[in-house]
Design a binder for this molecule. Structure first.
Ligand code: SF4
Length: 339
């Protein structure tokens, strides 16, 4: 085939169209050949849920042996200016953060780069077929990607780097590094490698700036305590006017006290970091409650008074179980029995 055919096929793929018969500028015989020979469906959509606020949650099943039928989730979160896809990098997670629903589920393996990219493409395709209602006045296209779904992306480095190459390259989805964020629980050597190889936006699941409490909330802290994490964040390459996000899920009576605030102020480097306070999205059987909204606002104001940029992340898609791991649990018969 002439080279330009490859470009045409990639252009369709990058739009989220992977069915050859829909690739209208290809000759019929090529469409048929692709249909017979090309495998471009590493995931099957099992379930889709749409929230009143425009958030959409997708549950996909893998089609690769020996993982056929194992499930991962992805979420589309639109706001007025951007459409963010939150993707999964593993089936479950081994890191066992006790407030996280994915952490309570069995770890079933890493997913590969095709399965990571397929989440984005399937959501692009869905948005073409079923656009957001215009009454919502939200950004209805994929503009940003966050590795913040199920799993610890830096525990699956090989697939994550391969997927980043596709997201960032010209022949791929051609996204700017500024539009791609990876969220990690704090694997220090891996963060260093990310900074050297592909310095995209970085978010850290901090959740406490006190080693004793963080050892419980984010158990990887026992291996890479706050002091190591602090030095690692100081080294991470940051383009001008960019910052690292410290994520802090607010748990009532656990990490929202005055002493927690003081530790957080002490840990944060305001020149390089900002804090994203997250309203806890409770799930059935969760041992934690979310901090009440008023208190959460007070916490944010106190941080701002101390010269730290703090934002509140609205809890999105609560009516569709949009917190990480919830849809899979509600769909997986073993998890339903367990409840
Ligand atoms: S918060 Fe992230 S690292 Fe911790 S258990 Fe959940 S998915 Fe794993």
């Amino acid at each position: 085939m002439p080279k330009f055919r490859a470009k045409q096929i990639l252009d369709w793929r990058n739009k989220g169209i992977t069915t050859p018969s829909l690739m209208r500028n290809l000759p019929l015989d090529l469409q048929e050949k692709l249909h017979a020979e090309m495998v471009c469906e590493p995931l099957t959509l099992v379930r889709k849920m749409s929230s009143n606020d425009g958030t959409r949650k997708y549950l996909f099943a893998l089609t690769r042996r020996p993982y056929v039928g194992k499930m991962v989730e992805a979420v589309f979160i639109p706001d007025e200016r951007r459409g963010t896809v939150c993707i999964s990098s593993q089936m479950g997670c081994v890191l066992d953060c006790p407030f996280c629903h994915t952490g309570t589920q069995k770890f079933e393996g890493n997913i590969n780069s095709s399965e990571i990219i397929a989440q984005v493409l399937a959501i692009k395709h869905d948005l073409l077929n079923d656009p957001l209602p215009s009454a919502l006045s939200l950004h209805g296209e994929v503009s940003h990607i966050v590795y913040m779904g199920m799993g610890e992306p830096l525990a699956n480095e090989h697939s994550v780097y391969q997927s980043l190459e596709i997201l960032l390259s010209e022949e791929g989805l051609n996204l700017s590094r500024r539009r791609v964020t990876l969220s990690t629980s704090g694997l220090v050597p891996q963060i260093d490698r990310l900074g050297l190889q592909s310095p995209i936006n970085l978010a850290i699941s901090l959740h406490s700036a006190n080693d004793i409490l963080r050892d419980t909330l984010v158990p990887i802290n026992r291996k890479y305590p706050l002091q190591d994490l602090r030095q690692c964040l100081n080294r991470y390459p940051l383009p001008q006017q960019r910052h690292i996000t410290l994520e802090y899920v607010m748990l009532a009576g656990v990490n929202d006290r005055q002493e927690d605030l003081e530790a957080l102020v002490k840990f944060t480097n305001p020149a390089r970091e900002r804090i994203n306070l997250i309203q806890f999205n409770p799930y059935p059987g969760s041992p934690y409650q979310g901090t009440p909204s008023e208190q959460l606002h007070r916490f944010a104001k106190r941080l701002i008074k101390k010269g730290i940029r703090a934002t509140l992340r609205r809890s999105r898609g609560q009516d569709i179980m949009a917190a990480c791991g919830q849809l899979k649990a509600a769909t997986d018969p073993t998890m339903i029995l367990a409840r």
